[in-house]
Design a protein around this ligand. Structure first.
Ligand SMILES: [Fe+2]
Length: 242
């Protein structure tokens, strides 16, 4: 893991010394390209994980089940994640809560990038256009910008395992990402498992008994909830009054 630790040190120093987001991405891509040109350090990481199952337990369940959190910078300036892509796995078109750099570590990964053509003001609606596509091998990188400026989908086009190493900067939006469906022109919020359970419960309470649900939602809103959940409760109340 020495290679990885050196990478984190260089990245932290670079990010602290750069203000502009494009410069951070440009310099960061060089460091990620160097890190992902050889996979041995990741073998060591996974070796530790399979020999100490508690290490897997410590991984916080996120939106993507194939995600591994390798490192969080103590100053929260970046996080390094690995995604292990089974043969043929493809994700949904999505946005990100921060800028990101994605490098292929093992095999090949495909990416399609999209531009959002609508202004995002109509709830649940989107119109997208594909702007680029590519396939990346070890040591090659791509990047995303935050929110609507970084819509993409990735996939493993091979018939074996592929791995990407993803670096994300400081979050500008936390708690959820958005999934886009250009065939249906829809956009929906995607939550990590813990939040998703509460959102599904809210929707179901309203479906079973709207009158009693209103009281439950009001009571829930009197206690502390993260902003993305407060919004779900408030929207549910609006729909009840609808
Ligand atoms: Fe992504």
């Amino acid at each position: 893991m020495e290679r990885f630790e050196t990478f984190c040190g260089k990245l932290e120093a670079m990010l602290a010394g750069e203000d502009g987001i494009m410069r951070k991405i440009e310099n960061g891509r060089e460091l990620v390209a160097e890190l992902t040109s050889r996979p041995e350090w990741f073998f060591d990481y996974l070796r530790k994980m399979v020999l100490d199952p508690a290490a897997i337990e410590r991984q916080k369940p996120g939106i993507w089940p194939n995600e591994f959190t390798i490192h969080r910078a103590p100053d929260r300036s970046f996080v390094v994640l690995a995604y292990i892509w089974d043969a043929g796995l493809a994700d949904t078109i999505h946005d990100h809560g921060s800028w990101g750099i994605i490098g292929t570590l093992v095999a090949k990964l495909g990416e399609r990038k999209y531009e959002r053509l609508d202004d995002g003001r109509r709830e649940g609606y989107c119109k997208l256009r594909e702007t680029a596509s590519g396939v990346f091998g070890p040591g090659e990188t791509t990047f995303v910008l935050p929110l609507d400026k970084g819509l993409h989908a990735m996939d493993n086009p091979t018939d074996g395992i592929a791995v990407s190493i993803n670096v994300y900067g400081k979050t500008v939006r936390q708690g959820f990402i958005q999934f886009f469906d250009p065939a249906k022109n829809t956009v929906t919020r995607a939550y990590p498992p813990r939040t998703l359970k509460e959102v599904l419960a809210v929707k179901t309470l309203a479906a079973i008994d709207p009158d009693r649900a209103e009281g439950v939602f009001r009571e829930a809103l009197t206690s502390s909830r993260p902003p993305q959940l407060r919004r779900e409760y408030e929207e549910a109340l609006r729909r009840l009054r609808g």
